[in-house]
Design a protein around this ligand. Structure first.
Ligand code: URA
Length: 204
């Protein structure tokens, strides 16, 4: 099955898919990353949250959204009454892309080609889990899910229905909140994201 997943056809389970993704060579990002960070959550989840790509801590832990952005995400999901244990969380791109700067590894944005290459995995996660709703956390996730660039700040809070019927809820990436320095603005942005997550909860 692992071999099969490296070809175009795959009819295994989500755990077999996760196993196969460990050896992914669909783009070059595997070379510098520690490991593939695959999606996590119940295989019958009603909602799939899609981020951009693992960060430094996710790369080391092998789990999505466990670093600083993940902490913000968890806290706001909790405030919105969404149980993270009941949803599936994954990324558009499954290897950490970074530039070394001294001892640190600085996140760098995946290209459209890398997003396209990794969409092979995302499509199969969706095909196996069959969620009722997708949540695009930021522009890269929206690009991957919808196949075109979406003005996220303009479209946030809205649902776009794909040709295959999948509903895609558009919102910002939680790291956007982390980057705001001004406390008042940060709190306002947190509130907006909380409102979006409450809407997701209502749509679930
Ligand atoms: N940012 C993402 O988009 N995904 C993660 O898993 C962590 C940070």
């Amino acid at each position: 099955r692992a071999r099969q997943a490296l070809d175009e056809h795959f009819d295994g389970s989500i755990s077999e898919l996760r196993e196969a993704a460990k050896d992914c060579r669909r783009c070059q990002l595997w070379r510098d990353a520690t490991q593939t960070v695959f999606g996590e959550g119940p295989d019958n989840a009603k909602v799939i949250f899609v981020g951009e790509q693992p960060g430094d801590q996710e790369d080391l832990a092998g789990k999505p959204f466990v670093g600083p952005a993940g902490k913000v995400f968890d806290a706001i999901l909790d405030d919105a009454g969404v149980d993270r244990q009941k949803v599936y969380v994954t990324n558009a791109v499954k290897h950490f892309k970074f530039e070394p700067r001294g001892k640190r590894r600085i996140h760098s944005k995946p290209t459209a080609g890398e997003v396209q290459a990794c969409r092979w995995w995302l499509d199969r996660e969706f095909a196996l889990i069959k969620p009722e709703l997708a949540v695009a956390l930021g522009a890269t996730a929206a690009l991957s899910l919808l196949g075109k660039a979406i003005p996220v700040t303009k479209m946030r809070g809205q649902v776009i229905e794909r040709e295959d019927g999948l509903r895609v809820f558009i919102t910002i990436h939680p790291s956007f909140i982390l980057r705001i320095r001004e406390p008042v603005d940060k709190e306002a942005e947190r509130e907006r994201f909380l409102r979006d997550m409450r809407e997701v909860k209502r749509l679930m």
